[in-house]
Design a protein around this ligand. Structure first.
Ligand SMILES: *Cc1c(COP(=O)(O)O)cnc(C)c1O
Length: 409
């Protein structure tokens, strides 16, 4: 009989959002009259903007016509999109990239999960904690994470981010080969300054490590001196791979498009000491296992860079960030300890009196019918916090704040 990849059996079977849904459903059954407000969703709610849908309609028409029909596209993505990316996301920040360093994909989850294919299974891994679960689980699936006890994997170095260290995780005092960073951060909503990010780049250069930098929330940055790309830091083109996504930026969670940057200077070593370009290996990997993102999605992504597309997507982001602001202010006024929410659509709230995060989740659900995400679901250091998202309707955010205020008083 065929053998399974037993590393999959080491993964925890309970999936955070499925657990939450189960508990919320149980509440709804016993409280049918309460309108439950979810501040737990990690998905956008505003529709696509007109500039995007117009470009998509046009692309569909092209696909319907013999002379403009397109089949398989180039594996790295269409030139029109890769050039728009370079011109709009990087050149204005003084970052020079070649089109061959951009790989268009069907979203950042695929590539952040798959990128581990091109480096050896026994590299050591450093992960900030709490964290977007894809980084940990994708490493666990090929055995790189080791074994899991009490929510911690034996071969992963956890770098806690908490109120005590200002959500700036401490750099490991030993060597790790692969470092996952996500800024603005999901779930904490916090950011690193250029100065703080530079320390990671310096560490990676010194230790021949690679940084996997997830910039999915870059468009939500409001403050100056917060890097939008790791390549704003000198030397990062030698040690960092960066992931972008149109999912949160432009509401593409159902459209699917993102891109990965692998500069030619990012290299890893063979056992006998030869340095190999990861850009080339990733191209080889993608040509074998990926057949590109749809032409329609790529035209949609391109449209986010037109003047209308930029203005319209900015308006949507402003809407979410106004939600974040009003929730941040209201909760702070009520006496909660609130982090994030200034450069990201997430608020990271300390549970009162050190309550465990699942306990506080249930108290808030049963107390006021408001759903949050228990912080411990994102890693051991998330215990004692919950995540609130700003992706909902304005009225729902306001109503949730009113309810929590009455409940607290
Ligand atoms: C939402 C999200 C992504 C984007 O995923 P897509 O596959 O592009 O939809 C990537 N990283 C983080 C941390 C996210 O929260």
């Amino acid at each position: 009989m065929a053998l399974v990849n037993e590393y999959f059996l080491r993964l925890s079977s309970n999936y955070l959002f499925a657990d939450i849904a189960k508990k919320v459903n149980a509440y709804k059954v016993s409280h049918p009259k309460v309108k439950v407000i979810s501040l737990g969703i990690g998905d956008v709610t505003r529709p696509l903007v007109p500039a995007v849908t117009e470009a998509m309609h046009k692309a569909v028409e092209e696909m319907a016509c013999k002379d403009t029909f397109r089949g398989y596209g180039p594996e790295r993505g269409y030139d029109f999109l890769r050039e728009a990316i370079i011109k709009n996301d990087f050149l204005p920040r003084g970052i020079k990239l070649d089109a061959s360093e951009i790989f268009v994909n069907d979203g950042a989850k695929s590539d952040t999960g798959n990128i581990g294919d091109i480096v050896r299974w026994d590299n050591s891994v450093g992960i900030t904690d709490p964290v977007y679960p894809v980084y940990v689980d994708s490493n666990a699936m090929i055995g790189r994470a080791g074994t899991c006890t009490d929510g911690k994997w034996s071969n992963i170095t956890y770098m806690p981010a908490n109120a005590e260290n200002g959500f700036c995780p401490k750099i490991p005092d030993h060597r790790v080969d692969m470092i996952y960073l996500c800024y603005p951060n999901n779930p904490t909503g916090t950011v690193l300054t250029k100065e703080q990010l530079k320390r990671w780049v310096d560490y990676a250069l010194k230790n021949d490590a690679i940084i996997f930098y997830d910039a999915a929330y870059e468009a939500f940055i409001r403050e100056d001196d917060i890097p939008h790309s790791i390549y704003e830091i000198r030397g990062a083109k030698k040690c960092a791979i960066e992931f972008h996504s149109y999912s949160k930026t432009a509401g593409f969670t159902g459209i699917r498009c993102g891109y990965t940057v692998i500069p030619k200077d990012v290299k890893a070593m063979t056992l006998d000491g030869n340095k190999v370009e990861l850009n080339h290996l990733w191209e080889r990997r993608q040509c074998t296992k990926f057949n590109g993102t749809s032409y329609i999605s790529q035209r949609a992504a391109e449209a986010t860079y037109t003047p209308e597309g930029k203005a319209q997507t900015k308006a949507v982001i402003d809407y979410y960030m106004e939600n974040a602001r009003l929730m941040h202010d209201a909760l702070t006024e009520m006496g909660f300890e609130v982090y994030g929410g200034k450069n990201a659509p997430y608020l990271w709230v300390r549970t009162p009196h050190g309550a465990p995060s699942w306990k506080f989740f249930e108290e808030m659900l049963y107390g006021v019918g408001v759903v949050c995400t228990p912080g411990v679901g994102f890693g051991p250091a998330g215990e004692g916090y919950v995540r609130l998202t700003a992706f909902g309707e304005r009225e729902d955010c306001q109503e949730a704040m009113r309810r929590i205020k009455e409940w607290k008083v």
